[in-house]
Design a protein. Sequence first.
Length: 298
Amino acid sequence: ALINGLSKIPTHQKKTVYLCQLLIRIEKGKNLECCFENDQRVSPLESALSFWTLLESEEIKLEKLHEDIRRLIHIQIIAVHMENGYFKEAAEVLERLFTDSETDKPLRVKLATVIKSKDPYVPLLQTFSYNLLISKIKSYVELFMKENETNFLIQAATKQVESKGLETTALQNKTVNVNENHKWNLKTKQRFVLSIILLRDMLGQMQNCCLNVDSSLVWMYINCLLGLKSLQNVEKHGGALACGRRRQRWTYKEDLALKSGIREFGVGNWAKILVHGDFNNRTSVMLKDRWRTLCRIN
């Protein structure tokens, strides 16, 4: 799509491009500093909504799932702004999101009431959570993979490893530990190993070019392409693929979790606070540094 332009992509492949665009925006959905559009006001989830609309137009048989995901994206666009304390911006987003149609009116009224309350933990936002949105998106991806299985990754990986000689054989002979509940056949193992080799080389090239690589995005990519439900053992080591994750701004919700943890466990018990609190990819050191910052501010 980048090389040839979207207009030259065959119709049956455009859906795949839309889905890739959707996934990267969902993955970055809680990072309001990340921008995919020329308009800086448009959050990642707002941008995701436009691609979800394009995907909806491509099919009609998943009407219930489409409706659920659309509603969840709408709600989480507002929720993410409120979690970061951007209540004025949340009200402005609401005006952009909804038309005056009667079908949208009930949800619009509910969200307007939530914004006025300035409480990011109201039942509506907790019930229709970001985790639920991710779960619904995964359901959609699984259905998509069943209908659109492609050997593109295998072809690309095979070409890449043919030049590596015995390296391929050595890697394929290595035991891959996975969840006992997930039975891997030979074909799946081969697809997995070839894909890891390709991704490793891709990441090496990105590193040489001084590009940032987000390991969580890499593993989402692997899951989507391979159609595997469990890569738990690999994900434990996924952090090794990250080469310079961006610093994430602390949210209002995380600050509350930190303060609550300190009240319960006391200053210095950062490991306990980290385990029991709701933090976004934080470490004990990050919690300690953030507490120092909060103390200085206060």
